[in-house]
Design a protein. Structure first.
Length: 153
């Protein structure tokens, strides 16, 4: 009888520990994923910007597509791997854009790029044409995963 009671107590303690991990560990995991995705976007943007500058120096104009930077591996070995972050990325109109990213990742990008000590950042509804890199949500939060990360080339 004592063995059964101790076994039940052990199972209850294990279940309680599992619930604590789910409730408290889940938030930390989600925050870590959002930070990792925002850093991946910023690094990809920096790489594309650097490759575009090299392309411009050698060709006299900005690239009009990512394939121009990847072709032959001269500027980029491959397109940035953004699987799970955005649906696609492209160069158009002097910008490198990654579309359909989550609002949480977009906000983290804005926070990372904000001036320290400035006002609390928020996700703008339109592209800041004066910024070199940023993120905006044209749906103003109305559509999930509709934010756009950009780098001005």
């Amino acid at each position: 009888m004592t063995t059964i009671i101790l076994s039940i107590l052990g199972i209850l303690l294990a279940a309680a520990a599992a619930l604590m991990i789910v409730f408290y560990g889940g938030d930390a995991f989600n925050e870590g994923s959002v930070s990792a995705h925002s850093n991946t976007l910023e690094n990809a943007g920096t790489n594309v910007l650097s490759a575009s500058m090299m392309y411009r120096l050698e060709n006299g104009s900005l690239p009009t597509s990512l394939s121009q930077l990847v072709s032959g591996g001269r500027y980029l070995q491959e397109e940035p791997d953004l699987m799970g972050i955005g649906s696609s990325s492209y160069i158009a109109g002097g910008y490198y854009d990654v579309i359909d990213i989550s609002r949480e990742v977009c906000l983290k990008v804005v926070e990372n790029l904000a001036a320290e000590g400035g006002p609390a950042p928020s996700v703008p509804a339109a592209r800041d044409t004066g910024a070199k890199m940023g993120c905006f949500d044209p749906s103003s939060g109305g559509t999930p995963n509709a934010s756009i990360f950009y780098v001005k080339l």
